[in-house]
Design a protein. Structure first.
Length: 463
């Protein structure tokens, strides 16, 4: 059970202490994702594509009401039932009605972070419906009873051996089964679920306003089955997923796949426009699209932080983040982890509830270097930290430290004396006993101080 963002420091420390395997699994998977991302960016003029994507999403967000209304009109024309959910309760109420009207007993789910955000599985269970995750990674963590650890690779924190043990216990595969045998066992189990389910639940990567088209990217084919086999399909879609034109999908589908997994495009792309019509042999009889706000409008109204809503949920910032790589996503205590989670949580949950996530970063800037929609992530992290100080939410020690430094920096004599003291302090011996520095030195060794002050070196002429 997640303890929320407020427990980040304790959960991160617990993970590093008790689950060293998590760091190994997350580190190796994210490095691989990032290597593939870099290669895939290099195959195209990625700088121009990223400028283009930033501009299109910015335009869509600054004309959001207009494009959402257009999408609603197009979807309704094709027989889709469109719902507007201001809160998670509003969104879940749509499920109440659908489940009650159709007597739903089993639901298959495509991977959808917004449904994680809303608590769809827990709600279905309360309604007496069995939700079955059909993405392999999601299926694994559902068997384990855990939330996703990464927005693209939900089971990224598990090793192959972890999965072998799990599948041996739950699906009867041998303990030394190769990965394709494990995938085959999951496929056999999920096939039964697809045939039994009368409700399919998905998200959407993008919605083209001018045609009312939902676009979904995947690699396993489970999204297509989840959205076309059951007789009812419900799609939960964050309101920020709108793009103006159908043609925009051509750019976003390839750029998102490159940023996420390094693929030129996902193995499957589903374009959904409505329920089955008279002459079609498959597809759901009823389609519902639930546009979800749940804090997004509050974020959009923030003059600085709104840019975070350009996010296409590719996970590239998580993959390259040296902080995320240490623990994976569970320590963050919220659906969205890593740099992405740290910049949207304060706007969507409220700054107080989101702390200390904006501090879970070294501000190295690597996330901004890879973001396909050029969100200025480090600037937004600093922005939320400043807001925390202004709102009296920052730790007293932080303000005290800044004041002490300012006092020294404004007095050259005192600054030189403090610098001399620091140069002659045996950091290796005493550093671990000091607050803040002690934590830093648990994993690192302090560099040797320079024997001479910088100003002295400057006066002597630095080589
Ligand atoms: S913030 Fe950027 S890099 Fe991170 S998930 Fe969103 S789009 Fe991808």
């Amino acid at each position: 059970m997640s303890r929320g963002p407020g427990a980040y420091r304790a959960e991160a420390a617990r993970s590093l202490r008790d689950d060293p395997g998590v760091r190994d699994s997350v580190g190796s998977a994210t490095r691989s994702f990032d290597t593939h991302r870099a290669k895939a960016y290099a195959e195209i003029d990625s700088e121009r594509w990223r400028d283009w994507a930033r501009d299109v999403k910015t335009h869509a967000l600054t004309h959001l009401a207009e494009y959402l209304e257009q999408a609603e009109t197009r979807l309704t024309e094709r027989g889709v039932q469109v719902h507007w959910a201001e809160t998670d309760r509003d969104a879940l109420a749509v499920l109440d009605a659908v489940v009650g009207r159709h007597g739903i007993r089993t639901a298959v789910k495509a991977k959808s972070m917004v449904s994680e955000e809303l608590g769809v599985n827990e709600h279905l269970e309360r309604l007496g419906v069995r939700p079955i995750e059909t993405d392999l990674g999601e299926y694994i963590i559902q068997l384990l009873g855990e939330p996703p650890s990464h927005i693209v690779g939900p089971a990224i924190h598990k090793s192959l051996d972890d999965c072998r043990v799990l599948f041996h216990e739950r699906l009867g595969t041998p303990l030394d089964a190769p990965p394709d045998r494990l995938a085959g066992a999951a496929r056999d189990a999920l096939r039964e679920a697809f045939l039994a389910a009368d409700l399919g639940i998905s998200g959407a990567n993008f919605v083209a306003a001018d045609t009312g088209t939902l676009a979904l990217i995947e690699n396993e084919g489970n999204i297509r089955l989840s959205t076309s086999l059951p007789r009812v399909h419900v799609a939960f879609v964050g309101i920020e997923k709108i793009v103006p034109h159908f043609e925009d999908l051509a750019g976003f589908l390839q750029l998102t796949a490159r940023a996420a997994t390094g693929q030129p495009i996902g193995n499957f792309v589903s374009l959904i426009q409505g329920p089955r019509t008279g002459d079609e042999i498959d597809g759901p009889e009823e389609v519902h699209v639930v546009f979800v706000d749940n804090g997004r409008t509050a974020l959009l109204e923030d003059d600085e932080a709104w840019e975070a809503l350009r996010c296409v949920r590719c996970g590239a910032c998580l993959n390259i983040c040296p902080v995320y790589r240490q623990t994976g996503g569970h320590a963050y205590g919220w659906t969205y982890s890593g740099p992405l989670g740290a910049i949207i949580a304060p706007g969507m949950l409220g700054l107080k509830q989101a702390l200390p996530l904006p501090h879970a970063s070294s501000l190295c800037g690597a996330c901004a270097d890879v973001c396909p929609v050029r969100i200025p992530i480090p600037d937004l992290l600093v922005y939320w930290r400043e807001r925390a100080v202004e709102g009296g939410l920052a730790p007293l020690s932080e303000g005290l430290g800044a004041k002490m430094y300012a006092g020294l920096a404004e007095r050259p004599g005192a600054f030189a004396a403090a610098a001399a003291l620091m140069r002659h302090t045996p950091w290796k011996a005493v550093g671990r006993a000091l607050p803040v520095l002690g934590g830093w030195m648990q994993e690192r060794s302090a560099p040797e101080p320079s024997p001479k002050a910088f100003r002295r070196l400057w006066e002597e002429g630095i080589e």
